[in-house]
Ligand binder design. Structure first.
Ligand code: FDA
Length: 305
């Protein structure tokens, strides 16, 4: 049943007409629990609230199905506005973005042009940028773009998904770049030909890549709400004498906020991924796919109204 629901919401997340409708009508159905608002000032307000609680942030301007150059340029302009807002108020925040929003599916020229201007603005304002990882069909292209950019910019990192069979090989390949990587389990619906179908195997691979990246001496963001993975990391860094400066935990806005504060209180860098913008629908559906309790929360909200 859980798998069925997951597939259903992942299917819905790819629906273009619903994405368009959702954009028009603003944050609905409890999406505000996971999305900070639709504008830069609302996002800034949320960042300030989180910073006050000693939580760092990575801000993401939401955008799905970007398939023409003008839209990709607009997405990049908006991301630059977000960077400038972070810089102006000296907020404890980074930026996350998706390559498809910057023109990955349009052409290499468009995506590289947009990424270079974002990273230049980010460098000027001392902001680090993480390239999110999308579905398998974009994985190689995203890694290629990352490698190209890493030659020119220090302030860029990307994401590696534990559910892919190729992941360990990717990490070995990327190691010479000494990359700052966010490690995640993986959020998309992938075929068993490319990804572990069993959660147990994903968890095992997740632990493996956490260890690998930390022991290689690289900065590591462990992005998970799973206490087992958090505990694994805590034990590992203790045994291996790894400094708290070499890693951080990350969680999504609206998920386990008390746990986020608790970890920050224990002296760990805890970064919250804060999405904002009017294109919230696909992101929201992926969150519902992850956890039946999230669906129950949304249904309760609708019934209350
Ligand atoms: P999982 O969903 O397997 O949950 C394991 C356990 O965690 C649960 O059994 C429960 O104990 C606990 N838990 C989870 N949610 C909880 C809740 N709401 N309340 C209480 N307990 C809860 N994916 C991707 O493909 N590309 C990307 O770029 C990113 N980026 C990204 C950034 C950040 C900051 C995060 C946190 C996640 C991502 N992801 C991602 C998503 C990621 O791949 C994954 O889908 C989700 O994090 C869910 O997996 P978890 O590791 O949280 O554990």
């Amino acid at each position: 049943m859980e798998q069925l629901m997951r597939n259903f919401f992942l299917f819905l997340s790819k629906n273009r007409p619903l994405t368009k409708v959702a954009k028009k009508y603003g944050l609905r159905f409890g999406a505000a629990r996971f999305v900070a608002g639709e504008t830069v000032p609302l996002a800034v307000k949320t960042i300030k609230e989180l910073n006050q609680k000693n939580l760092a942030v990575t801000l993401d301007y939401l955008g799905e199905f970007v398939d023409n150059e003008a839209e990709a340029n607009e997405m990049a302009d908006y991301s630059i506005k977000a960077i400038e807002a972070i810089g102006k108020d000296k907020l404890n925040a980074q930026l996350s973005l998706k390559m498809t929003s910057m023109g990955l599916d349009i052409s290499e020229k468009v995506v590289m042009h947009n990424m270079r201007r974002i990273l230049e603005a980010a460098r000027k304002h001392n902001v680090f940028v993480t390239i999110d990882m999308e579905d398998y069909s974009r994985c190689q292209k995203t890694i290629d773009v990352f490698k190209e950019l890493k030659k020119e910019f220090d302030n860029v990192g990307t994401v590696i998904q534990a559910y892919l069979y190729r992941t360990v090989a990717d990490m070995e390949d990327l190691n010479s770049y000494k990359p700052n990587l966010r490690l995640v389990k993986g959020a998309y619906k992938e075929s068993p030909e490319v990804a572990f179908p069993d959660k147990k195997d994903v968890d095992e691979n997740f632990k493996k890549i956490i260890k690998m990246h930390l022991l290689n001496g690289n900065y590591t963001a462990i992005a998970t709400h799973d206490d087992e993975m958090i505990e694994y990391t805590r034990q590992l860094v203790k045994e291996e004498n790894i400094s708290k400066d070499q890693f951080e935990f990350q969680m999504l806005y609206g998920i386990r906020p008390e746990r986020q504060e608790q970890l920050a209180g224990e002296g760990y860098t805890m970064r919250v991924y804060v999405p904002f913008g009017n294109d919230w629908y696909g992101y929201f559906m992926r969150r519902l796919a992850e956890r039946p309790a999230n669906v129950a929360f949304v249904l309760k909200g609708i019934i209350k109204k």
